[in-house]
Design a protein around this ligand. Structure first.
Ligand SMILES: [Zn+2]
Length: 332
């Protein structure tokens, strides 16, 4: 099935944000409004079952919106991994356990609708650039900060994919060659230093080594492995020195990443999205502090960017859904 060349002015498109644990989907209208948002658990037991959960997510979103499948024009999907949009294939997804899965042809057969696929962070960047805080800006960097870390850039109004669609995988660039092991096999990756699970692991290690902290009260009698990044945030909010130190260090690594991306790509803004992009969070404050330090240290960075460089995502979780839908509706 070929993607339709012309899109009706009242076209409805289903946008799907496929995650390793949850699939979020919604019906997106031409204004970028999301209707019938649903979230279901991803069945990753086999690629076929994962594809079936995606198809189920699409049908549930359509049903929740109160429209029929016949009223839907197409389906756009953001996939966590390396994706070939032209072939409709996901070459590799660690989160889904996929290797060379023919996503588009399977779903088009199942749903009888044209489908388009892209990397999930690329889709979210597209969503932000078309409907979010960078609407109307031609150059921006989107930083997804959650259980993983990745960035994607819009350059001169277009999503910059690079040779493999992976341009912006700074989460797996090493910021400390002697740092902790990353799930990718590398050492000291930005993701292993500053993503949610890394913050929790770091706090667990510090507590194991006998450091005193409010975190001990928060965790109570539970095993240390139950400690989450949310606990580190809560302790930092209450003024705990250890939690504050952990977040400040992570913020400095992230700020250095933002500084390098800004110097290389000269974006108008850098948008922070993903699960940890929460207004007033101590991690976001630490990133601001780190970027402020780079602005003070680097006259050229200061000339190029100001304190307004950083923005929080305005779309939050809808960035992935609207961006996936925009794969169909925009000339990205
Ligand atoms: Zn890595």
């Amino acid at each position: 099935m070929q993607q339709a060349q012309t899109i009706p002015h009242d076209a409805l498109v289903v946008g799907v944000d496929v995650g390793g644990t949850k699939i979020a989907a919604g019906v997106v209208d031409t204004q970028g409004n999301v209707h019938g948002r649903i979230k279901i658990t991803t069945d990753t037991s086999t690629p076929e079952r994962t594809l079936s959960s995606i198809a189920q997510g699409v049908r549930s979103a359509v049903q929740a919106t109160g429209v029929t499948m016949e009223q839907v024009h197409a389906v756009g999907l953001g996939i966590p991994g390396m994706v070939d949009p032209a072939q409709g294939i996901c070459q590799i997804s660690v989160n889904l356990g996929w290797q060379n899965v023919e996503v588009r042809s399977w779903l088009e057969r199942e749903l009888q609708l044209p489908c388009a696929i892209e990397n999930d962070v690329s889709a979210a960047a597209l969503g932000e650039s078309i409907y979010g805080v960078s609407k109307g800006l031609d150059n921006m960097v989107y930083l997804s900060l959650g259980t993983g870390i990745a960035t994607r850039a819009i350059i001169n109004g277009k999503l910059y994919r690079g040779a493999h669609g992976m341009a912006g995988e700074i989460g797996h660039a090493s910021f400390n060659p002697t740092g902790p092991l990353c799930r990718c096999g590398g050492r000291g990756c930005l993701e292993a230093l500053a993503a949610g699970p890394a913050l929790a692991l770091r706090a667990q290690d510090e507590l194991r080594s006998g450091k005193s902290s409010l975190l001990r009260d928060l965790i109570g009698k539970q095993p240390l492995e139950n400690l989450r990044s949310e606990d580190v945030f809560e302790a930092a909010r209450k003024g705990d020195a250890l939690a504050t130190k952990i977040l400040r260090e992570a913020g400095q690594y992230l700020a250095y990443g933002i500084y390098l991306l800004s110097m290389s790509l000269d974006p108008q803004i850098v948008i922070i999205g993903g699960g940890l992009a929460v207004e007033g969070s101590p991690l976001i404050e630490a990133i601001h502090e780190g970027v402020t330090r780079w602005l003070e240290n680097s006259p050229i960075f200061r000339e190029m960017s100001g304190l307004n460089l950083l923005r929080l995502s305005s779309l939050q979780h809808d960035a992935g859904i609207t961006g996936a839908a925009a794969l169909i509706t925009s000339a990205h």
